[in-house]
Design a protein around this ligand. Structure first.
Ligand code: 13P
Length: 291
């Protein structure tokens, strides 16, 4: 049966998160099983969440399929869930996801020079807002190293890699974005060294930005819990996690297959992987204060 409840916008939910010092989890998926596991975890705490698909994940999953499945879970579970095209690296890929029905947009041109980043991000903001002003759009400034996997090397982040508060304010003002993501010592994936977040820099960027602009932390995997809590206190309201979900899924799947060489039924093979993802996401929701 469909649950008809008033669904808040992502902007409203991020504002509420800011006022109650919690963070909304953004979790990446590659398939239906991971999506279901994350939805089951969100249901446990009645949490609002974001579901993200990178360009690679989108290609594998299918844009229309992701939109349809997230919509079906939203209706069935009655939870605010927002589908986000995580790290769209071109104006075209961001527009394509929005046109396919994604509920949020992330345009990431952070590898480009500042002016080119501003120009492309602004183009996406104008395009999306002209069609639906309620859609929350994320822009990114400050290049994040690493990939969402376990890396055998250490990742060195230099002070000059960190986002400057004045640039963050200029970028936000010129583009009109709703969510800002920057570099604060975070990196994608799990590397040999533990990331050390620059909490003072997060606070300085927070102060430089308009209150209604939400601050996003990427590279949520592998950051010690205490640092995550400090980052939330400093103003982060949205945390992206991918690698830890991938590792939970892949480890459980590998273990089951190694121990059950004769098993061929997909729903039996995948059940432990779904459970591992659900447990991981519940852990993150508690850490982010969604209880
Ligand atoms: P991790 O893979 O480090 O969790 O980062 C994910 C991310 O930032 C996706 O946008």
């Amino acid at each position: 049966m469909l649950k008809c409840i008033y669904m808040k916008t992502l902007k409203e939910i991020l504002n509420e998160a800011r006022d109650s010092s919690i963070a909304i989890g953004h979790f990446n998926v590659s398939n239906l099983e991971q999506l279901r596991a994350i939805m089951e975890a969100a249901k446990v705490y009645n949490a609002s969440i974001m579901i993200g698909l990178s360009e690679g994940e989108r290609k594998f999953f299918g844009l229309k399929q992701a939109v349809a499945l997230v919509k079906s879970f939203k209706e069935e579970y009655g939870l605010p869930v927002f589908l986000n095209p995580d790290h769209s690296h071109s104006v075209e890929s961001a527009k394509m996801a929005f046109d396919a029905g994604f509920d949020s947009v992330h345009i990431d041109l952070s590898s480009l020079p500042f002016e080119d980043n501003v120009r492309g991000t602004r183009e996406v903001v104008e395009y999306v807002k002209s069609k639906n002003p309620e859609i929350s759009i994320e822009g990114e400034l400050g290049y994040l190293r690493g990939e969402s996997r376990i890396q055998k090397e250490a990742i060195t982040i230099k002070p000059e890699d960190l986002t400057m508060p004045e640039e963050a304010a200029e970028f936000t003002g010129k583009t009109g974005i709703d969510r800002f993501s920057g570099a604060y010592g975070n990196s994608h994936g799990i590397s040999l060294d533990e990331p050390a977040l620059d909490i003072e820099r997060i606070k300085a960027v927070r102060q430089a930005l308009p209150k209604e602009v939400a601050m996003v932390l990427h590279g949520g995997s592998g950051i010690p819990d205490e640092e995550i809590k400090e980052a939330i206190k400093a103003g982060i309201v949205n945390i992206h996690v991918n690698t830890e979900i991938r590792v939970a899924y892949a480890d459980a799947l590998r273990k089951f297959l190694a121990e059950n060489l004769e098993e061929t039924t997909p729903y039996k093979i995948l059940a432990p992987a779904v459970k591992a993802v659900k447990d991981k996401v519940e852990e993150k929701l508690r850490l982010f204060g969604n209880i």
